[in-house]
Design a protein around this ligand. Structure first.
Ligand SMILES: Nc1ncnc2c1ncn2[C@@H]1O[C@H](COP(=O)(O)OP(=O)(O)OP(=O)(O)O)[C@@H](O)[C@H]1O
Ligand SMILES: [Mg+2]
Length: 433
């Protein structure tokens, strides 16, 4: 499981770390940088999927021409931090993740940059080239698994197309890897055939990074019928009927799912039905206690969105990490504790991780102690406009205020976290002086 992520010169972060737990909640004002953290996780996920740097940042089309991967928001020009008043800002960014793999701590870091490319000798004009790998390292507590040669190997701002990689415990000396893709998913042998690092830790890291989902369920997509066999719920909620049908096939899971959805709505969902249409597509119908049947077309947005979260967390093959944006959208404040309880329970039971951004005070009021430890606020400092990430539990008096009347939710609603943070950051600066 991932225990932290550090962002250096990434989007609006100079050097900030987010602590990650089974259930991680990120709060903060609009445009503070919450979704930028999501972008950082997407970057790591792109690595896990084996894409090149250009593909991770700019999008990837499959062999059939279909878009396989959306670009990182702001893509090439805005992934690296722009300093407020300078022209070009930084030219590279780094991401670092700490993981705990069944007790073994693992540390992975990658630095990626974009520099002038061109060849004055051949009169090729300088222009900003593609992103290139500048540094990458994987290590455990006991030593390095692999590392690239130290930075500073490029002159005149022109990064080379390959760099040396040293694999610890390998009989080979250093080998050359291309700089257009993370070493984790490639390396180039002298024969120029791309191979993959075959040690166990690199392989495990690859699968952890690949095993993430970024969800943004849209009610209109969830209302659509789906084809039998399409049981993977899409990132936008596609295939809801067939994905739900698959969970229903397991009697125990079916009962758990119905009991959760019954808690959510006062209309008493009794069960689900899955009628076919002429084209063979499966529709979703909700059967209420009073015998009334409601098709997904008229089901409420909140019910559908809650169903999507339920399917993610109760479904057959959960991924290691789910990232939701504003998970409370569409859910009544008096029912948001259900989401919190559901996620806390399922994360513990299935060993999965859930990260969500939220603007909802009501979500925070019910978090357990472990989730409280993994609740962070993102805030842009007034003087620099850069964003900082701080665990709410480390803000002054946060522990006392958590148990006070109105609890954490009130603190979010009253902007207390930002105020406390600005105050402490100001004091830190005074201390430095
Ligand atoms: N390359 C960059 N350099 C500096 N700042 C950046 C860069 N890219 C984005 N930003 C800042 O990040 C902000 C967007 O942050 P983000 O989308 O993460 O906000 P958010 O916290 O998710 O807000 P909301 O709650 O409205 O969704 C931009 O308004 C901009 O100020
Ligand atoms: Mg956002």
């Amino acid at each position: 499981m991932i225990t932290s992520i550090r962002l250096i010169n990434f989007k609006n972060f100079v050097d900030e770390t987010l602590r990650v737990g089974p259930f991680t909640i990120i709060v903060g004002a609009n445009a503070s940088g919450k979704s930028n953290v999501r972008d950082a996780f997407r970057f790591l996920h792109g690595i896990g999927r084996g894409y090149t740097l250009a593909e991770i940042i700019g999008g990837k089309y499959g062999p059939g021409g279909q878009r396989e991967w959306e670009p990182i928001r702001g893509a090439t020009n805005e992934i690296v931090r722009q300093a407020p008043s300078s022209v070009g800002g930084e030219s590279s960014f780094s991401l670092e993740v700490e993981l705990n793999l069944n007790g073994t701590p693992l540390h992975y870091s990658i630095t990626v940059g974009r520099f002038m490319e061109g060849d004055p000798d051949r009169n090729v004009p300088d222009e900003l080239g593609p992103f290139r790998l500048l540094k990458e390292e994987l290590r455990t507590e006991s030593g390095t698994v692999y590392t690239t040669s130290s930075p500073g190997y490029y002159r005149g701002g022109r990064p080379p197309h390959s760099l040396s990689v040293k694999v610890e415990e390998s009989s080979e000396p250093e080998f050359q890897a291309a700089t257009d893709q993370p070493v984790l998913t490639q390396y180039v042998m002298p024969g120029r055939t791309r191979r993959i690092l075959n040690d166990q830790l690199s392989g495990t890291l690859r699968s952890v990074l690949a095993d993430m989902r970024f969800w943004d369920p849209l009610p209109e997509r969830m209302r659509e019928p789906s084809f039998p066999g399409a049981t993977v719920l899409g990132d936008f909620g596609d295939n809801l009927p067939t994905a739900l049908q698959e969970i229903r096939a397991d009697a125990e899971q079916a009962e758990i799912l119905t009991s959760w959805i019954q808690e959510l709505t006062p209309m008493d969902v009794e069960d689900f039905e899955f009628p076919f249409d002429h084209s063979g597509r499966v529709h979703l119908t909700i059967r209420e206690k009073n015998g009334k049947k409601i098709s997904a077309y008229s089901a409420s947005d909140g019910t559908l969105r809650f169903l999507a979260v339920l399917i993610a967390l109760l479904g057959k093959n959960p991924v290691g990490m789910y990232f939701f944006e504003e998970i409370e959208t569409g859910i009544h404040p008096a029912r948001q504790w259900l989401l919190v309880e559901l996620i806390e329970k399922q994360a513990a039971k299935r060993g999965i991780q859930v990260i969500t951004t939220t603007h909802s005070p009501d979500m925070l009021t019910f978090v357990n102690d472990d989730t409280f430890e993994h609740l962070s606020v993102v805030c842009r400092l007034e003087d620099s406009h850069d964003a900082v990430i701080r665990p709410v539990a480390r803000l002054p008096n946060a522990q006392d205020l958590q148990t006070s009347q109105g609890g954490l939710g009130r603190l979010l609603a009253e902007n207390w976290m930002e105020t406390a943070l600005t105050f402490t950051e100001g004091n830190d600066k005074d201390d430095e002086r």
